[in-house]
Design a protein around this ligand. Structure first.
Ligand code: MG
Length: 221
């Protein structure tokens, strides 16, 4: 089982379930011609989709259009069900900058057909994450720049203050549905500027000045 990488923490934490949100930034919903919903839209990624710094996203043979989405990831530190907004931060261990890699062509067919997004979102290597920065090292979670460059060109630049739902509200909502456990990871959705990836691309992602991730792109052989 994959484990998180920490900068300033000597404990080992296994990576649990990966809960992802969609349409959490208005401008991204607009670029996808999607409507914003009252509650967040959820889907899951398998733990097998995780990769780390300096590893490779593999473009699968099944897809002809794979997109990048840069996101704030929240790592959970203890078990909780029906967590209130007020108590939500007690359940947070720290944060990562994450990529929600998406086979956009497969997702488009799924959307039109009313099918789940599990294939589009669930390929191996489709969840690159940085090391974890601990909660206390991030004073203002809701005012952090999210940045993504492909081959040194800026593609996504936004700030967590533009999220439609706060992290506290997201934890409250998710924990009404499923018990959150130590090591679970919540990917909080992407801002605008998503785009296609090609073999040989180098991606750099940043969350404020605290998290950094660099991965490259290969094609499935
Ligand atoms: Mg996403």
């Amino acid at each position: 089982m994959a484990q998180y990488i920490f900068q300033n923490y000597d404990k080992k934490v296994n990576i649990g379930k990966i809960i992802c949100l969609a349409r959490t930034y208005k401008k991204h919903a607009q670029e996808m011609h999607a409507t914003v919903t009252e509650d967040p839209i959820l889907f899951l990624k398998p733990e097998s989709s995780i990769i780390f710094n300096n590893e490779s996203i593999v473009l699968p043979k099944m897809s002809n259009c794979v997109h990048h989405e840069v996101e704030l990831g929240v790592v959970i530190c203890k078990t909780g069900k029906n967590i209130s907004e007020k108590d939500a931060m007690d359940h947070v261990l720290g944060y990562v900058v994450a990529l929600d890699i998406t086979a956009r062509d497969i997702q488009s067919v799924a959307k039109k057909s009313g099918w789940p997004w599990s294939i589009a979102k669930g390929f191996d290597t489709f969840a690159p994450i940085s090391y974890v920065v601990l909660k206390d090292e991030v004073p203002d979670l809701h005012n952090l720049d999210l940045k993504l460059k492909v081959n040194d060109k800026l593609k996504q630049l936004a700030n967590t203050k533009y999220m439609i739902y706060s992290v506290e509200r997201i934890i409250e909502f998710v924990s009404k549905i499923m018990t959150l456990k130590k090591g679970d990871l919540i990917l909080t959705g992407t801002p605008e500027g998503v785009g296609e990836l090609f073999e040989g691309d180098v991606i750099e992602a940043k969350l404020g000045d605290v998290c950094y991730l660099k991965v490259n792109v290969k094609r499935e052989q």
